[in-house]
Design a protein around this ligand. Sequence first.
Ligand code: ZN
Length: 112
Amino acid sequence: MSRRWYRHAAKVVFFGWDPGEQGFYVNVVDLCSECRGTGEVGDTEEVCPGCGGEGIQLSKMNPSARRGGLSLDDLSAEFARQELPLLDYMRADLEADREANSATALQEYELS
Ligand SMILES: [Zn+2]
C-alpha cells in the first residue's frame, strides 16, 4: 500500500491506498508522550525507551483504530470527522496512487 503521513498536534496521521483492499485507509496514532515524537531521549542520541525510537505509541497502534476500504469521499469524511486536514495536493496524490494502484509510494507531508 502507499504510505503517506503527517504530524498534527500530538498525533501522526497515516493514510494511503491499499491495493489489496482496493480502497483508501487512514490510521491515527498518538505521538510518544516521553519523547514527543523525536524517538530520542532529550537532546541525546539515545533511543527513547517509551517507543523504541519510533516516536509513536506502538502499544496504541491497534487495528481497530485503522479504517480501510474507503472511497476518497469516505476518507475525506473521516478526516473531517476527526478534524484533520486533508489538503488538495494530498487528495491529488491519493488519486494518483489509486490510478497507479500504488503499493510503494512513501511520503511525509509537512503541515505549516
Ligand atoms: Zn518515545
